[in-house]
Design a protein around this ligand. Sequence first.
Ligand SMILES: [Zn+2]
Length: 336
Amino acid sequence: MLQKFIIALLSLTLAAVCGAWGYSAWSRGTVALVVTPAGASAPVPVAEAAPKPVARFAAANSASGADFSYEYVAPRSAALLPVYERVRDADLLRKLPEIDTLDGLLVLPRPLRYVTAECKSADAFYLSAKGEVVLCYETLQVLHEQGQALGRDNKLGDEFARQYVLANTRFIVAHETGHALIDQLDLAITGREEDAVDQLATTLMQRFARADESPQQVAENLRMAGNWFLARAQGQYNLDAYADEHALGEQRYFNLQCLIYGGNPARFVNIVTDGDLPEARAQKCPDEARRAGRSWLRLLLPHVAPKYAMTEAKANRFFMQQEHARARNAEGPYLR
Ligand SMILES: [Zn+2]
């Protein structure tokens, strides 16, 4: 099925999103550029950010983690009203399992708010000055249209578009949450921040998925998110693309396949045998996946609210139990 997605995605006309997508990290208080669908660039000034907060080692006087807040901003464009009403009525932001798990778990120096809003382009970003993760209605609309087209072309059923939107939304919001945590907690990251937060999003979706999601569903959600990267695939790029803070869409796609396969090579060997991940890369993936998950755990552990008395060993036991519970879900005589 995955290869069908790829073929369908490559054949889709994605003028509405190709240039815009990347997930911005407007966390540096500088002028950010949003590439418009037409390829023109419009400077978007972002207020100068406050000095970076000094990293705080799980503030000793705070036993509880920070509660997030959520807001659905009414759009000015009438065309976006239906998507606004859908996400507001569904309370979409509170239905994202990964964010729900993080809500109240970490001690943060500043409030963190999740917002859906009209942005004038399909995007998602973190605003350091406001402490906001923003998901644009335009992105949800493009995802929905793309999910509908894929579902129709590949006869995947009426439910597919909804699953596609939700899976991608989970990844995108988790990715932007990574930018927020790096900024607010002043986390040490070497290498490209965009790669690091892709790894966090993947890890969160693997470890904090709902208990009733099977390992296959978890992987399928991630692979839907991976295919979104291919929406940007053009086969050839100009210098701006090579210089971009994001890896090329194809590279982000293969990095994600690597983490899915590497998380459980025996279960997901078909990713390699189906040709979705070259064998030479696959050999390194178990180590890559283990290091990515362990590194993010070690980065965040000092900021887990003291009341959880969390340790690396305790966290790993919890992840293992969750993994076994999900595996049992998948192997039972029937599914709920
Ligand atoms: Zn990003």
